[in-house]
Design a protein around this ligand. Structure first.
Ligand code: ADP
Ligand code: ZN
Length: 528
């Protein structure tokens, strides 16, 4: 066996104190670490900031050999290795960003037994040459980070992860740990199966992040609403704003800057060097706001992010939870703020309809969207809804918008019937289908070039909804879409009835809607 040159520790506690300088383990860290040191496997579900890294770093320092960490976050490997090197841990990575000289050096270090930790991109492990190479050294353990990526039904499936099922066959005696900060019951089961973790001990921490206040507001003028939110509640704080498109990212960053905030855009289309500078500015300077597509934030360990704002609807509850989870890692009060509107629903349904995947793929995306909509439209505690999604029961939290200002439900049956019958008449009498905008104009009796062109003022439902504002009607349409009474069809997002609509039209089914007070919600302090 190769001669070992790295420092090893007799106990986990010694490594914790000497290397990381911490007094005690958190949550179930100690049990997880013991399980691995003893040679067993572990599946760990723990929220962001819970302290997952120590769960494999410490066993790698105690067990003979090198801990192999499989992580999809190539861009962050350098940071992780730098941080470990700083505290005296011998760490390195192998990924496609390296030149061959750097790679050879890492390989020599591994074979000489000089590495405590080696970070490897998942695609490398499907390569036979890599496996043979690993065999020539001593493996302390395998850590599979972001393990939910192996789940085909999850929101973040990565085909390279499927090859990781072979680890168990090829190295039956090497302990393995799979870790994730986001997993529903179904994903938990699937990753256990796919990674052959049948013998593993499972550690499931509470996913609750009590210091994050969850708020979801109706979207009217998203940029102004966002600016107002930041200026009144987080005027000097660091935060992340997520949007779906690069264009929105750039425009929003510019708008915030024009209004005196220190905001920068970040998306995959920007030059690599610029992105790196933006990221390091966010980490090192105070009060920087990053406006980003989801490309930003994974694995970035900034403890004092005070708010995460979404100005477009996230595509899944997992994504929403993961992104908002980047706020408040230090346990201090933080805000997860989301503005969501009718257009989000229409747009995302359309994206699903047009997505190139097969039917199963579209069904999956649709189920993810439905769960996200249910969270947005709930009249109950957001946190209860969120945790239930991850299979965890909880009590109303007192620190989300619906707990702080309980939304009033109102009987929306009559407006619902007005909307549905307008859709029915257009189809039956004119063989026409329209999107929300035109339908609302008809209901409110608002003359536009388009209503005139189609003679819509002659419809029996013209103007019968003048009692509600444009914004209120958009709320009605959005909630009816979310509740499944109507659906969108085709590339223009035209609205059609579903089966459930028949009962509403027949008067046999009432429609409950949530009223949308634009009342401010006071922040309440909450501690971890
Ligand atoms: P995760 O990967 O679960 O998001 P990390 O491993 O990055 O979490 O840990 C989050 C933060 O908590 C880090 O700054 C880490 O150093 C710190 N931490 C982890 N375990 C402990 C501990 N036992 N005592 C004190 N701080 C800890
Ligand atoms: Zn609540």
């Amino acid at each position: 066996p190769p001669k070992r040159a790295t420092a090893k520790f007799a106990t986990a506690a010694e490594a914790l104190h000497t290397v990381f300088g911490y007094d005690s383990f958190r949550g179930e860290q100690a049990q997880i670490i013991d399980q691995l040191i003893g040679g067993g496997d572990a599946v760990v579900l723990m929220p962001t900031g819970g302290g997952k890294s120590l769960c494999y770093q410490i066993p790698s320092l105690v067990r003979e050999g090198t801990g192999i960490v499989i992580s999809p976050l190539i861009a962050l490997m350098q940071d992780q290795v730098d941080a470990l090197t700083l505290v005296g841990v011998s760490a390195a990575f192998l990924n496609s960003s390296q030149d061959s000289a750097a790679r050879s050096q890492v390989e020599r270090d591994y074979l000489a037994g000089n590495l405590d930790l080696l970070y490897v991109a998942p695609e490398r492990l499907s390569n036979e040459a890599t496996k043979r190479f690993l065999d020539r050294g001593t493996i302390a353990l395998f850590a599979i980070d972001e393990a939910h990526c192996v789940s085909q039904w999850g929101h973040d499936f990565r085909p390279d992860y499927l090859a990781l099922s072979e680890l168990a066959d090829r190295w039956p005696d090497v302990p393995r740990i799979a870790l994730t900060a986001t997993a529903t019951d179904a994903t938990h089961k699937e990753l256990t199966e796919r990674l052959q973790m049948g013998q593993a001990q499972h550690f499931v921490a509470s996913f609750d992040r009590p210091n994050i206040q969850y708020r979801i507001v109706g979207k009217a003028e998203p940029r102004k609403q966002l600016l107002n939110f930041i200026k009144t509640e987080h005027p000097t704080d660091a935060g992340i704003v997520y949007a779906l498109s690069r264009k929105t990212v750039e425009q929003t960053a510019e708008f915030l800057r024009a209004n005196g905030l220190n905001a920068y855009p970040y998306h995959a289309g920007l030059d690599q060097g610029l992105r790196a500078r933006t990221q390091s500015r966010f980490l090192r300077e105070e009060g920087v706001i990053i406006v980003a597509t989801i490309a930003f934030g994974m694995g970035i360990d900034k403890p004092d992010v005070r708010f995460v704002a979404h100005i477009d609807l996230p595509k899944s509850v997992e994504g929403y939870y993961q992104e908002t989870g980047r706020a408040g890692r230090d346990g201090l009060p933080s805000t997860g703020w989301l503005a969501y509107g009718l257009q989000d629903v229409v747009q995302q349904r359309r994206m699903i309809d047009e997505s190139p995947g097969d039917l199963a793929h579209r069904r999956k995306m649709s189920a993810h969207l439905d769960a996200m909509l249910a969270l947005c439209e709930t009249v109950h505690c957001r946190r209860v809804n969120l945790l239930r999604y991850f299979g965890q029961a909880s009590e109303p939290c007192g620190n989300c918008d619906t707990c702080l200002v309980p939304p009033e439900a109102w009987d929306g049956t009559v407006p619902a019937q007005k909307l549905l019958s307008t859709i029915v008449r257009l189809l039956r009498e004119r063989n026409q289908r329209f999107g929300a905008g035109q339908l609302i104009d008809i209901l409110r009796g608002k003359t536009t070039p388009r209503t005139t062109q189609h003679h819509h003022e002659q419809l029996a439902t013209w103007g019968i909804g003048a009692d509600l504002t444009d914004q209120q009607w958009r709320g009605v349409v959005r909630q009816m879409l979310a509740q499944g009474f109507i659906a969108t069809s085709g590339e223009y997002g035209t609205l059609i009835l579903t089966e459930a609509a028949g009962e509403v039209l027949a008067g046999s089914r009432p429609v409950q809607l949530r009223s949308e007070p634009d009342r401010p919600v006071k922040r309440t302090p909450a501690a971890r």
